[in-house]
Design a protein around this ligand. Structure first.
Ligand code: UT7
Length: 374
């Protein structure tokens, strides 16, 4: 039987750091509130586009796997912050890394996009459609963040990581997954101002506002991730004691705490990045996975549980059996260009652009009829 092993990994984190103290210079918030309610201390702000981060991460993952870009059959780009609507971002990565024979697709399920993309690549490998795939989780949220809304501005950051997935006869890679969507809660997280629904509604491109019901998302996310984790463990015939490491989506330390304790897994088995990076949406799980490998927390043959949720509300949990190799075969020298501005300055620039855009827009913007209202 064919399986789909994860054989390469690479992250690409922009270097500019936005601290809780930086946020409190322009919104009514403070380090104490953010730390105690979310576990976050800082997040990164990217000076380059999402696809530029993706290219660096993909090159690093390829080097790690010892795979030539020309042998890649598939690129799946998981993100909700694409450079453009058309053409897709995966094709841009294909061109930049020279993966000339790779089928290239974008997948958007918000914060779960990397894991949904991993399911797609795994299924296509296991059914023999392709042999070698790159799966990317990337977000450049800062340009469409609602920076003057303290409910959301403190929670998110930018980042990227990628993995290489390859056909193998060994029982490795995704052993099982549970995918789902709690669509009756889709209105709890919505970015207004992006998408064709805003045509002719006086929205100046780039002016985005967020609908966000944090408490409702919190509740649904915990329920959804616990149920998905239990379902995938049951499907694969494993118990919480069999799990060696949990690499969860990192939207809030309290959410992670609730999910693992209700799943019967101790916190010592959980990989955490939320304090340093905040919620990077689709990039969160692969960055945490790459750092767990860098820190030697993934042992040969380890069983890794990866639960996540995102806007939609999409939920999932994946069980991955790691292979023998937990170190890179080689390292790429791919890197981002140097950053010339501070994270705070970049955010202030975005805020200024949005203010100018808002002044050009007329009142009553952002009021399309959404599908669930028809
Ligand atoms: O990956 C998907 C996206 N992530 C999520 O959806 C996260 C899910 N939700 C959460 O993580 C939590 O609900 C939040 C962190 C967003 C909020 O935590 P909470 O404990 O549910 O706080 P709350 O919404 O009940 O707000 C408590 C208070 C409110 O003040 P009042 O009404 O009690 O006076 C808020 O206005 O905290 C206030 N508040 C803030 N204060 C300082 C909200 N945001 C802030 C802030 N700084 N940034």
């Amino acid at each position: 039987m064919t399986y789909a092993a994860i054989t390469g990994w690479g992250k690409c984190m922009p270097s500019a750091v936005l601290s809780n103290a930086d946020l409190s210079t322009f919104i009514d918030t403070n380090d104490e509130w953010i730390t105690s309610r979310t576990g976050m201390k800082e997040r990164r702000i990217s000076h380059v586009s999402a696809s530029e981060m993706a290219v660096v991460a993909a090159k690093r993952a390829l080097a790690c796997a010892g795979l030539d870009a020309k042998d890649v059959d598939l690129i799946v780009y998981g993100s909700c912050s694409n450079d453009e609507q058309v053409p897709n971002s995966a094709s841009g990565v294909q061109a930049a890394i020279g993966a000339t024979k790779a089928a290239s697709m974008d997948v958007n399920t918000a914060c779960t996009s990397f894991l949904y993309s991993l399911s797609i690549a795994t299924a296509m490998i296991r059914t023999g459609v392709v042999k070698n795939a790159i799966v990317i989780g990337v977000e450049w949220i800062s340009p469409f963040m609602d920076w003057d809304n303290r409910n959301v501005a403190v929670l998110f950051g930018d980042g990227c990581a990628a993995v290489v997935v390859q056909a193998t006869e060994k029982q490795e890679g995704v052993l099982g997954e549970q995918l789902g969507c709690i669509a009756d809660a889709r209105q709890t997280l919505r970015v207004r101002g992006m998408g064709t629904l805003y045509t002719n509604r006086n929205v100046t491109s780039g002016v985005t506002e967020w609908d966000f019901d944090g408490q409702e998302i919190f509740k649904r996310a915990v329920q959804g991730m616990v149920q998905a984790s239990q379902a995938v463990m049951q499907k694969c015939g494993v118990t919480p004691d069999d799990i060696d490491l949990v690499v969860p989506h990192q939207a809030n330390m309290r959410i992670i705490d609730a999910v693992v304790s209700r799943s019967g897994i101790p916190m010592e088995k959980v990989m955490l990045t939320v304090e340093r990076y905040g919620n990077m949406s689709a990039a969160t799980v692969p960055v945490a996975l790459a750092e767990a490998l860098e820190e030697g927390r993934v042992k040969p043959g380890a069983l890794v549980l990866m639960p996540a949720f995102g806007a939609g509300l999409t939920v999932c949990a994946h069980l991955v059996r790691w292979g023998d190799r937990v170190t890179p075969l080689a390292e790429s020298d791919a890197a981002l260009p140097p950053v010339t501005k501070s994270a705070l300055q970049m955010v202030q620039d975005i805020r200024a652009t949005k203010t100018a855009g808002r002044e050009q827009s007329t009142k009553g913007l952002h009021e399309p009829v959404f599908i669930e209202q028809r």
